[in-house]
Design a protein. Structure first.
Lengths: 680, 680
């Protein structure tokens, strides 16, 4: 059951697709208070109460004990204290024995979630503007509530099947030659690969929808060449449009008057990669239409996927903030003994980026009238995603597209996926990436993954190896790294063969993982879940923070510590462990419900399949289009009859229908046998 | 066996106390190369090889896979990528089945340790200046080698017994009233306490050896009042001396000409807390004598302990670096389109602190002649520790003193302890603190601990609770936090009673922990060890990164994750688990050698005692002086006769002698009995 409670005058965020009447009375499970414009929701928690949700955020799956701020931020440092990353996913499930409910705060502005930081037993959620809808969701289980929430907010985006292939990316691939070398290095070594991302380097002066003619002399031909090798190019698009007369997107944007405005009606201008930029007003339908159409030339040239970036929006600085900064430097130069000021000077310049003052300096022209950006900050990126998706769908209504964004808000999950942003080459970020997945899935973002190997800082061989082992199971499997960091394509490392073998596991599992993903998407389920969602009666399972349920039948438990030669795993029921070394090389071991220490060499990683169920491997291949899934290997601890519903489709048609894609595979198990061959 | 190899002209660091002839030939186990001034030691490692050591550094106990730089740095951000903290402890033990050896790089300048970061199978250690002694240590075990190293470098500092009490600290306790309130709040609630640290706030304008008369109108009387309440005040002393005529330490330093000099012979001046400061030349014996004598007025007033800070030395900026910084700001103001420059501007000001260029701008006058600071950077802090210790010993040769420093170098372990520097209120820093302890112990620093609750950032109730549970076992047990962070004295929190009870465990165990500490110090043993050192044949034990052996008979396994209700523990042999809730309240459970999942509520934590051995609790008390250890409770899984050598002394006399302090306690065990009362 879903109830809606309305406070103030909510701005329509686009998150919700069901139209509900607002209920009377107070929001159950909370005490509601008001302080000026703020609306504050308080809840006293029992010691055993847990909180799942908040989508893309740091720390554990159980969010209790920390303070979060829904405020989309280009935050490159995902340390464990960060209150905000790039997205606002204000959906939580409160969970304790005998009581479970979900709550969604549909508010495009700043919302703080003090989930037991100030007082261990109290959750305090504050809407700063006080204009919001609160949705209260009840059901018999966390899973049912998560499903209900998807019905409230609409079905998840489904990418084309090739997007489940391995994707190589790096900030720094300048042109054709660089990309060709990357592809060649993978193909020569038989490292499977389906895509290469182009970061901002491909553009002319970082101008959206341009590409450097000297580096891509014949863009269309190069796209064709890559496609012959079964490689898709996936270019980046940023939010800002360079303020430069003669640059067509800027000229057309000016002509249609679709940029965000300052108080005085002039365009709001801030610096990002291309220099001074105007910012499309993604809250304005006409601006979205104009921006979406800008993708068409790239589609025309053969591009089938994009990643949208810098759409929090990230701002390096404005003239106003710059003027204030230099004034402070000048003051400081004359006040050398003001030590606190001198220290702060570093932060004055570093802190110009994404400055709250700048977000108060511009406005949107919406169907609801003019509104200051800081009131609706968190839906800007979702607006960009929506504009892009609409534009692509207008051009090619019959084909699925790949799209993933850095910034997001619930609702954008209907139009695209997200990646987890600019993580570091830190061991702790493997665990963080894993722990973020169920929250993203709860919020509808099924197609996601982290920058494997880590974006910032230098990776190491063992770190990349362990990152990839998580990536085998995440829908988006992309190796990505920043300019000036160590090269981290698999083939750069001494033990590249072990990592290649890891990628072959992804390809062997791909038809199965695609089936599990599509079933989850089309049934409004989560692809990754905390164990608590599947075993709510098992107190031990509820507290497991470093394992995930995957699809209907599996569980993963990645290694995320340096120099580890194994790890502990808690099995909430009997399972078969597949200890993978490659798509063809693995051990099988039936393990009983209990605690286990699993030995895992650097290039070994496990998948656990529930007893009585089975997973499927195909023969593998070096790209998704070459996978042969006519004959499948079933792996399971099955002692009687068992069946699996395999979902399969052409991988590109829009509006996939679950029933049309399902085939039932059956086998007859017997004690001591774990492997079967099945013809599809 | 120890062999010494000499390269170039080593500067005497004071680390080593044995005089060895340099051996001929190459350093065994390494390939030695030269590049210009650099000397480079390379070693190919087998996959199973582990590396212990490097003292105070981030990441796991096994240091393999990361790059470290011995370069003492005021680094407030102990994230997992940091190559340097405040100390240089260049001693490592390479460890693999069938081969173990130690190696010490006695070099006061920059040494890099690429321990498998660039290539997973290669350790590359580079002395940048190429002037060093390398000591190669062989023995039958890692423990034996660590002992041998202590014999090479001298016995560990032993603090007075009261220093093992709980110490409360905070940057921000301004004067008597604040300290009195802290003490009162502890005593009223029966939270045991033995000391309060005074951070820089107590001084006049941050000037060393001064105290604010308005806040401490009668310093001696206040010291006396505190001592009556069994509280010691522990003031901080920084390295820099304010450049201010009329300020006695500056005037006397000028008169004796004991400050570090620039190339032109003028004093080197840089900004730290007091403003522009001169820096005592701790490499000059006369400067050390002068500086050590400055402590005497404080000793005279009744102070018995100090902490030395900012002695890397930390530098905020110099006039030279400031001039360069403002010039860059001015350039940037005129080149707004230079984006990389604009970004870098934040770092220009933040990066002025501890700037390598500044470390090349000054010189030391040593018995070996004039030498540029950057050649000997890493022994500056050790020189300050030595000066302080000499000064105190001249004043009171018959009493032990408390002294712990932020910066250190091997050799300083003979004169004082160290704390682990400015950690954060991060969960990962509980684990980091634990993992740092054995490395510090290997390097001779037995008296150490971290800032419990975390120094920077805001702590939370549960985080502080778990920090304290580690702190119960670390020789230095200090709660410390930074200005502008959340107050984190135990009594600030709703569940203060649970944390108080945790501190009572420390006091109940104190006679036992003191005995274990003193035996380790006087036998050149480590108080904390990786399990690998005790169970080298047990492959599982060797890889355990989150448990420590404590003393002869015990093992600890702290909880370091938020919202955890237990943890896994690997028992390398049968042990009795004591699950503590307070010094009087605990469960006892015999557990067999194996893996165990241990349930642990927020205020519960375990100590494991080897089967056949026992630990001891006294009745407890609210300060060390009130502990009654005439009757002890022995806890053990003992089924036959067992004995324990209890070390006990008056807690203050210098040169404690092991034999004089030992008493043998005996008991007769029987199956099913775990508790005995023993009269000492």
């Amino acid at each position: 059951m879903i109830r809606k409670y309305t406070f103030g005058t909510p701005f329509p965020t686009g998150a919700v697709v069901q139209s509900l009447e607002a209920a009377a009375g107070e929001v159950p499970f909370f005490e509601t208070g008001r302080e000026g414009e703020k609306v504050i929701f308080r809840r006293t928690m029992t010691p055993e109460e847990m909180i799942f949700g908040l989508g893309e955020n740091v720390r554990g799956m159980n969010k209790r004990g920390h303070l979060y701020r829904a405020w989309n931020t280009d935050m490159f440092n995902h340390s464990e204290n960060q209150p905000s990353l790039y997205a606002s996913h204000n959906f939580l499930i409160f969970f304790r024995p005998g009581q479970v409910f979900g709550v969604y705060f549909d508010d495009p502005g700043l919302v703080t979630f003090d989930l037991g930081e100030s007082h261990g037993t109290e959750a305090v959620i504050t809407s700063e503007n006080g204009n919001l809808d609160v949705y209260l969701l009840e059901g018999h289980s966390a899973r049912a509530i998560a499903r209900e929430f998807r019905q409230l907010t609409g079905g998840s985006y489904t990418p084309p099947r090739w997007a489940f292939g391995y994707i190589q990316s790096r900030w720094g691939y300048a042109g054709e030659e660089a990309v060709r070398a990357v592809v060649e290095n993978h193909r020569q070594r038989h490292i499977p690969l389906d895509g290469v991302c182009l970061d901002i380097d491909y553009m002319v002066d970082y101008k959206n929808f341009s590409w450097k003619p000297e580096f891509f002399p014949d863009w269309k031909a190069f796209n064709g060449e890559m496609k012959e090798r079964h490689i898709r190019l996936i270019p980046i698009i940023d939010a800002g449009i360079k303020q430069e007369e003669g640059y067509a997107p800027y000229d057309s944007g000016k002509a249609r008057d679709v940029f965000c405005k300052k108080e005085d009606g002039s365009d709001f201008i801030a610096s990002v990669w291309p220099g001074m930029c105007a910012f499309p007003d993604f809250l304005n339908p006409e601006a979205r239409e104009w921006f979406g159409d800008l993708y068409q030339p790239l589609l025309e040239e053969g591009i089938e996927g994009f990643w949208n970036d810098m759409n929090e929006p990230a701002l390096f600085f404005t003239e106003d903030s710059l003027r204030e900064g230099f004034a402070k430097a000048e003051y400081q130069r004359q006040h050398l003994d003001d030590y606190e000021g001198m220290w702060a000077l570093g932060n004055v310049f570093s802190g110009m980026a994404n400055n709250p003052a700048d977000y108060r300096r511009f406005y949107h022209q919406t169907p609801q009238g003019k509104i200051c950006h800081d009131q609706v900050h968190n839906i800007y990126g979702a607006g960009m995603t929506h504009a892009t998706a609409e534009g692509i769908r207008r051009y090619q209504p019959d084909r699925r597209y790949l799209l993933f964004s850095r910034s997001s808000f619930i609702g954008a999950h209907r139009d695209g996926g997200v990646w987890q942003g600019d993580n570091f080459s830190w061991w702790s970020h493997i665990k963080m990436a894993m722990q973020m997945m169920p929250g993203l899935n709860m919020s509808g973002f099924l197609f996601s993954g982290c920058d494997l190997g880590g974006f910032g800082m230098d990776t190491t061989e063992d770190l990349l190896a362990r990152f990839l082992q998580l990536g085998v199971f995440t829908p988006l499997m992309r190796n990505h790294s920043a300019l000036h960091t160590r090269d981290q394509e698999i083939y750069r490392f001494d033990s590249w063969e072990g990592m290649r073998d890891t990628v072959t596991v992804r390809y062997a599992l791909l038809p199965y993982l695609y089936s599990e993903f599509m079933k989850a998407a089309l049934r409004d389920e989560m692809y990754f879940r905390p164990l608590a969602f599947d075993y709510p009666q098992d107190g031990r399972a509820c507290r497991v923070e470093d394992q995930l349920m995957l699809g209907e039948d599996c569980m993963i438990a990645p290694v995320y510590e340096p120099n580890a030669v194994g790890r502990y795993v808690y099995l909430p029921e009997d399972m078969l462990m597949i200890r993978f070394r490659s798509g063809q090389d693995y051990d099988l071991e039936p393990l009983e419900k209990s605690d286990h220490y699993i030995a895992l060499g650097l290039h070994e990683f496990p998948l656990f399949v529930k007893k009585g169920r089975f997973a499927l491997l195909c023969g593998g291949g070096e790209c998704t289009e070459e996978l042969d899934d006519t004959r499948l290997t079933a792996l399971g601890w099955v002692e009687g009859p068992a069946q699996y519903e395999l979902y399969r489709d052409d991988g590109v048609s829009v509006n996939p229908q679950l029933e049309e894609g399902l085939t039932t595979l059956q086998l007859q198990g017997e004690a001591g046998k774990y492997v079967w061959q099945i013809d599809r």
